[in-house]
Design a protein around this ligand. Structure first.
Ligand code: ZN
Length: 381
């Protein structure tokens, strides 16, 4: 399976110069080829483009200052652009003729040949660049890197690395099923006892973000100090989003790699975040920060990739209020949201609120899919 991971690069000034020159060479070669084949009477063919490219390489020897593949790959890029154009013409669609590339607009280049680049830990090697470029994070997938596209946006450099990975290949998950309760104190509590705490680093970053944002609002607009504060806020925003994503990936990877059936709640995040703005503000903030909607998306797409099933419990399923002990199922209607632990008046079992909920969710999923044979009724009466 091919998956892409986009990582921000931290090039030195010298490395950034190389990347800029590579983007420039690529843009130049592409535009030269496009100009040539846009002339009256010159017919596009990939073969002819390769011939023309050989001439360009002699005419512009500075192409050789960066990996020659940077410019050579423009033949493929233009081939794709023309193929799409001809197809649209044939189908009678609005035809978009290939466009000339402009400096500063989607600056990028690709290397599609394995020996021309390499990923080693948190560094990226590129042909004809003597030093390795630092990456902000390591690859999320294991496997063979088969293509890298370097792009520049708003002064920042990114590498989108395409990896042939078996990480998501469907495999025999160790355990059959799991129920997961999402919460604010703990991000996720699983029915097998595994708990994912809310990310403390994220909490700290969010607190600092709030402070920086308040500091920014006090600065005079357009001043140097304001610009500096703005940069600090943007930097922290970036860190917060990375920290949030990391923990969501961790939870969704754990669940989809280990269980065949995953039962989660249909968290009505909107219901939790809307209404009563003053009283619910703290809760709403926490719900949004935890990113439950995104977590559910991650679980669902990884479940498809890994071939497991996700059961979403009905919104009115009383996962927290029901005693999960088999044969009991007492419904504790008076349970308040603030109560973390309770004892079942019927069977005297001591419950951790979240873990009890996750066991109920697991049972719900098993019943829905009839994993234990005939569906059992969950109602105590
Ligand atoms: Zn009970």
């Amino acid at each position: 399976m091919l998956l892409a991971h986009k990582i921000e690069l931290r090039p030195t000034a010298q490395q950034a110069d190389y990347l800029d020159r590579a983007c420039g060479s690529r843009r130049h070669a592409f535009n030269q080829l496009l100009a040539h084949f846009s002339q009256e009477g010159v017919r596009w063919s990939k073969q002819a483009a390769h011939e023309k490219y050989k001439e360009l390489r002699i005419e512009f020897p500075w192409y050789a200052e960066v990996s020659q593949r940077v410019t050579r790959n423009t033949v493929d890029d233009l081939h794709n652009a023309f193929t799409h154009f001809f197809r649209r013409v044939k189908n009678g669609n609005k035809a978009g003729y290939p466009r000339f590339k402009k400096r500063g607009l989607n600056d990028s280049f690709s290397l599609r040949e394995k020996p021309k680049f390499g990923v080693h830990g948190r560094t990226l090697r590129i042909e004809k660049l003597k030093t390795r470029i630092k990456m902000r994070e390591a690859l999320r997938f294991t496997g063979t890197a088969c293509q890298v596209t370097i792009s520049k946006r708003a002064g920042k450099y990114f590498a989108s690395i395409l990896i042939d990975t078996q990480d998501y290949d469907p495999k025999a998950q160790e355990e059959e099923s799991v129920g997961v309760d999402f919460g604010i104190r703990d991000l996720a509590v699983c029915s097998n006892g595994k708990t994912f705490a809310a990310n403390q680093k994220l909490k700290l970053s969010l607190k600092r973000l709030g402070q920086k944002q308040r500091a920014l609002s006090r600065k005079t607009k357009g001043s140097n100090r304001s610009a500096k504060a703005k940069r600090a806020v943007a930097k922290l925003h970036y860190r917060v989003s990375n920290q949030r994503l990391a923990v969501l990936h961790e939870v969704s990877d754990y669940l989809t790699a280990n269980f065949r059936v995953i039962t989660i709640e249909d968290l009505n995040v909107r219901g939790m975040t809307e209404g009563r703005p003053t009283r619910n503000r703290k809760l709403a903030r926490a719900v949004n920060d935890a990113g439950f909607g995104m977590l559910r998306q991650f679980i669902e797409y990884k479940a498809v990739l890994r071939g497991c099933q996700v059961v979403v419990a009905d919104r009115f399923f009383p996962s927290s209020k029901r005693c999960s002990v088999p044969g009991c199922g007492f419904l504790n209607d008076s349970l308040l949201l603030s109560v973390r632990e309770w004892e079942c008046p019927n069977c005297k079992t001591h419950h951790d609120r979240d873990h009890n909920a996750s066991v109920n969710l697991d049972n719900y999923g098993r019943d829905t899919l009839q994993l234990d044979g005939v569906a059992q009724t969950l109602n105590p009466t």
